[in-house]
Design a protein. Structure first.
Length: 99
């Protein structure tokens, strides 16, 4: 497993990444960072943990909206949500767990 440095909301994290998965991980990080920056930019939420939770919920909702495509067997949209939550928890580290 490869270690990759990424930045979320201006903070650097070192994440484990399977061989060959760096591009996909960086794409996922960019999506999460974009969501977190938008929430922070709205100015209503200041706490990093709350921003992370709201971003995760927004992204999970977007995935749930694609549920019919997942049930229809859209392999490209297949996402292990539990694994994603574990990775976010690991990225939060000392800041606290997502769920």
């Amino acid at each position: 497993m490869k270690q990759v440095e990424v930045t979320l909301l201006g903070q650097v994290y070192r994440l484990g990444c399977p061989d060959g998965g760096e591009t996909l991980l960086r794409t996922a990080v960019a999506s999460v960072d974009k969501e977190m920056v938008a929430i922070q930019g709205a100015g209503k939420v200041k706490a990093r943990e709350r921003i992370a939770v709201l971003a995760a919920l927004n992204l999970a909702y977007q995935l749930a909206e694609r549920g019919p495509a997942l049930r229809a067997g859209d392999a490209a949209a297949d996402v292990d949500l539990e694994a994603l939550i574990r990775r976010v928890d690991a990225a939060l580290g000392d800041d606290g767990q997502l769920l």
